[in-house]
Each structure stands twice: as structure tokens, then as C-alpha cells.
Unconditional design. Structure first.
Length: 384
């Protein structure tokens, strides 16, 4: 009887912790990338992009006392100097204002949106498919929660266009299968996932091909990554992360905090307890089964290629729907996979379950690579 009462008290304590985490004062301002265009005017590139900052709180208002923009230029993968001019216009509360060197403090009421229009003129530089710009938005959130300094990162690129199948090379798998890694520009949150993949592959695929995209590139296009500077970890994430292998993405307070925010403290600690019990009797991986897919798909900083090596990447949202949309457009089967260099192949979603066994054979040697190959898409083809 004492044991049962103790369990009930502990469970109530865990639920109180979950309630505290849920109700803890926090900023409800969210920034969303809307549009991005790369133009060539008078032999110079001009970038135009649009963002929205929305206060998703139902009753609290939040201030933005500061906001500024930094731009990093990567030429052939190396950080390089860039000469540019920037122009910012904001639309807020039915007014439009040009921002020069001073950001006026703005108050966003509940469900209110601020629109930001940014124009960047590059001087003496034309982007190619190997180049990209890293746009950093540094901004402060101020309100009932205190003050939070945030930095959001967005990638601006120039996409490669493939004319036909001769533009890509095949790798032999066995007598029946071959694979074609598709090289792309670095992908970002401005790239609409379905449209981007279709544009890259519409001139490359044949009937009966299978298109596979990695889970991290898809998640990045969906904007499912967090700058580690923006994550407010607490004593609970610091405690729980100690129970994981040092190389795990859950072995840091920030990585664990993301999982706590998704699943709650109670579910994680119960899964951890069951994981230890089953591991003691020789059964591994129970924790990840109980928290899957959220826990196994988190990639901590350094787990993704530059410039996302300073962000924590989550798993993709609704990969099944993505597969169905691309499959319908290209009239081939599509899958989202998590593959590593150790031969591990996990199919997160597919437009046709019957292709899973074939894909585990075709992807075993990880044809997309795990470094900076920039081949997030692989076309699997059955030999004639």
C-alpha cells in the first residue's frame, strides 16, 4: 500500500512539473519566412525577401525593442567578404515605415502580425549554385517573461536546374538496382518542400523510379530547426540529459529541452525508467520506441552540414503527406528516409509500403552521403 501511494505522489509531482513547464512565462512571438526572390538587375543580384513576426499569444502583448540583420556570404563553402546595400520596410498597425539605422520599439498585441520586407543589393558579386547567403535576424523579445535575445537564421540560395537525365551520374547497387544521387543547392526554409523537389527531379525521373529524400533536408525546408541560442533550457533538461550517451543529441540541455517541450517531462522520465529496466534484462532501444519519432530524429548542433551546424534540427512534419503530394505530381513512388554510414536505413514515410524492403537494400551504403555532398535526394531505379 505504501508503494502504491508513493507512486501516486511521484506521478502527481511529475505532472506538476509538466504543468509548470507548460505555464512558465515565455515569449509567443514567432518569425515566419514568406517569400524570397533572387533577381538580376543591371548585371547585379538583388535579393527580395519577406518575413512575418506574429504574436500567437491569446491575451499577452510583447515588445520588440531591437531588431537588426547580419549577412554572411559563403563562396564555394568558404566565408567571404561581401559588399552590399540593404533596405528594410515594415508594415505594422496599418502603417508602412522605412527602417534606416534605428529600430523603433514595437508592441505586438495578441494575434497581431508585423511584416518585414527586405531588399539586399549585392555589389560586384553574382551568386552561382555553389554560393549561398546566411541571413541572421537578431532581435529582442520583451514582456511579462522578461527579456530574451533571439537569433533566427535563414539561407538564401540560387538553385541548380537539371535539363535531363544525363546531368546526373548513377551508382551501381547490384544487378537489379542503381541509384542516382541528385546534387542540389543548400536548401532552406524559403524553399517550399514539394515544389522544390518537383523542380529538381521532374526532368530526371523515369516511370517506376523511386524518389527518396533525407529526413533532415525535408525538416530544414519545413523550417523545423532551432538556433541553440534561442532555447531556454531549465534544471529538468540539465538533469535528464545526463542519462544519455555523450554522442547522443539528447546528451545536451538544449537537445533535451526540445524533447521536453514536445513530449513533456512525465513521458520522458517514464520512458527512461522503462528503458533502464529493459536494458538491464538485455533489451535495448525501449526509450526511443516509447518516444519515437521525436527523440530519434533530433540532430543536435554539429549533426548537420554547414551552416546548420549551429542549429538543432527536428524531424520532418507529416512526411506521409509530402510523399503523397510529390508522388502524385511526378507519378512515381516517393519516400522519406533516415540513413547513416553504418548501414542503418529507416523509412519514415512512403507513398507505397511495398517499396520499403527494396529501399533498405538500395540505401544501405548511404548513396546520399553523411558529409557535405549536397545530395539530399536519391533516385532509385530498377535496371531493365
Amino acid at each position: 500500500m505504501f508503494f502504491i501511494k508513493s507512486l501516486i505522489i511521484i506521478l502527481i509531482l511529475f505532472l506538476i512539473i509538466d504543468l509548470y513547464i507548460y505555464l512558465k512565462p515565455k515569449s509567443k512571438l514567432k518569425i515566419f519566412p514568406i517569400k524570397y526572390n533572387l533577381l538580376t538587375i543591371n548585371k547585379q543580384n538583388e535579393i527580395r525577401c519577406e518575413f512575418e513576426i506574429t504574436n500567437i499569444s491569446k491575451r499577452k502583448e510583447t515588445m520588440i525593442p531591437n531588431l537588426n540583420i547580419e549577412l554572411d556570404f559563403f563562396k564555394n563553402g568558404k566565408l567571404s567578404d561581401l559588399n552590399y546595400e540593404k533596405e528594410m520596410i515594415i508594415k505594422f498597425d496599418n502603417t508602412q515605415k522605412r527602417i534606416t539605422n534605428y529600430w523603433p520599439t514595437l508592441i505586438l498585441k495578441s494575434n497581431e502580425t508585423l511584416k518585414i520586407f527586405l531588399k539586399i543589393k549585392l555589389k560586384g558579386t553574382l551568386l552561382n549554385s555553389e554560393d549561398f547567403l546566411g541571413l541572421k535576424i537578431n532581435w529582442d523579445n520583451y514582456g511579462h517573461f522578461g527579456k530574451i535575445n533571439k537569433q533566427n537564421f535563414f539561407l538564401l540560395n540560387k538553385h541548380t536546374k537539371y535539363r535531363n537525365q544525363n546531368d546526373i551520374k548513377s551508382n551501381n547497387v547490384n544487378q537489379k538496382l542503381e541509384v542516382f544521387p541528385v546534387k542540389t543547392s543548400l536548401l532552406g526554409a524559403f524553399d517550399e518542400p514539394v515544389e522544390t523537389v518537383i523542380n529538381y527531379c521532374k526532368n530526371l525521373v523515369k516511370e517506376d523510379d523511386i524518389l527518396v529524400i533525407g529526413e533532415s533536408p525535408l525538416a530544414i525546408m519545413q523550417g523545423r530547426y532551432e538556433n541553440y541560442l534561442n532555447i531556454e533550457y531549465d534544471i529538468f533538461s540539465k538533469f535528464l540529459c545526463y542519462f544519455f550517451h555523450p554522442t547522443s543529441s539528447l546528451a545536451t540541455a538544449s537537445g533535451m529541452q526540445i524533447l521536453i517541450n514536445k513530449l513533456g517531462f512525465t513521458r520522458i522520465i517514464i520512458s527512461l525508467i522503462f528503458g533502464f529496466i529493459f536494458k538491464f534484462i538485455g533489451i535495448k532501444g525501449i526509450f526511443y520506441r516509447l518516444t519515437n519519432p521525436e527523440s530519434s530524429l533530433i540532430d543536435d548542433i554539429s549533426g548537420t552540414i554547414m551552416p546548420y551546424d549551429k542549429t538543432i534540427v527536428l524531424g520532418p512534419c507529416n512526411p506521409k503527406l509530402f510523399c503523397e503530394k510529390v508522388s502524385k505530381a511526378l507519378k512515381i513512388d516517393v519516400a522519406v528516409a533516415d540513413v547513416n554510414d553504418l548501414g542503418g536505413v529507416k523509412i519514415l514515410a512512403s507513398s507505397n509500403k511495398s517499396i520499403i524492403k527494396l529501399l533498405k537494400i538500395a540505401l544501405k551504403k548511404n548513396p546520399a552521403g553523411n558529409a557535405d555532398e549536397k545530395t539530399p535526394i536519391v533516385i532509385v531505379r530498377r535496371k531493365a
